[in-house]
Design a binder for this molecule. Structure first.
Ligand code: PGA
Length: 251
């Protein structure tokens, strides 16, 4: 296999300045410069500058506002993020969808704002347990993709990464089996063609309780190009281990 995996840490509302220093020491001691793997972190926005000058890590935001700038107290601007040197933003994480009421239409506005500011977008989709149990997984994913990624212009598709995160697997310790994940990834890749993507080149990440003990099996699937990792990305040793597993699978 010759692809380069992406391992993306989503730190959510965690980490202090001191904890990030400890993370960087542990991570740095594992020789991450030798891993053939994209190594990205989305910290809380106030910690972006602590990571921005890192020679290996690419940093991004967990969320942006749909408007570019203005009177939106407490929000983060895509253009300010780009100006700061951020590389990417997550959009549509299930916590944004469920806890903050972000619907497909709003997420599509955020997507366009991010792309216009030349940020790479990691666009997250995923079904709830109820949706899986009632057999509507692929329908839900298809709708999230077609509405969330509507209206793309030529040249914008290559700045989008899709992350499949079954809601029932996020932070629960329950992981989709490699076969369950692969089935949905394959569906996403097939649908991406209808949405104007080069389906072979689209990067599709899996997320939901990924950890060093299950990463190799998941990354070993044909259509899984990396992982979006919450809990197991908080410690430098564990994040580095995930990157090393990805590296080993490429060699
Ligand atoms: P988890 O979170 O790895 O802790 O399940 C993944 C995510 O929410 O992106």
């Amino acid at each position: 296999m010759s692809r380069t995996f992406h391992i993306v840490g989503n730190w959510k509302m965690n980490q202090t300045v001191g904890e990030i220093d400890t993370f960087l020491k542990e991570y740095g001691s594992k020789g991450p410069q030798d891993f053939n793997c994209q190594q990205w972190i989305a910290p809380q926005s106030m910690h972006l500058t602590q990571l921005l000058t890192h020679p290996i890590l690419k940093v991004g935001a967990q969320n942006i506002h749909q408007e570019n700038s203005g009177a939106f107290t407490g929000e983060n601007s895509a253009s300010s993020l780009k100006d700061l040197g951020a590389h990417f933003t997550l959009i549509g994480h299930s916590e944004r969808r469920s806890l903050f009421g972000e619907n497909d239409e709003l997420l599509n506005q955020k997507l366009h704002n991010a792309l216009e500011n030349n940020l790479v977008v990691i666009f997250c989709v995923g079904e709830t347990l109820e949706e899986r149990e009632t057999g509507s997984t692929t329908g839900v994913i298809s709708q999230q993709l077609s509405e969330g990624l509507a209206g793309l212009k030529d040249g914008q598709h290559q700045n989008i990464i899709v992350a499949y995160e079954p809601v029932w697997a996020i932070g629960t310790g329950k992981t989709a089996s490699p076969e369950q994940a692969q089935e949905v990834h394959q569906h996403i890749r097939t649908q991406s063609k209808e949405l104007g993507f080069n389906q072979e080149e689209l990067i599709i990440l899996y997320g939901g309780s990924v950890k060093p003990s299950n990463a190799a099996d998941l990354l070993g699937q044909a259509d899984i190009d990396g992982a979006l990792v919450g809990g197991a990305s908080l410690k430098g040793g564990s994040f580095a281990e995930l990157c090393q597993i990805a590296h080993r699978l490429t060699t």
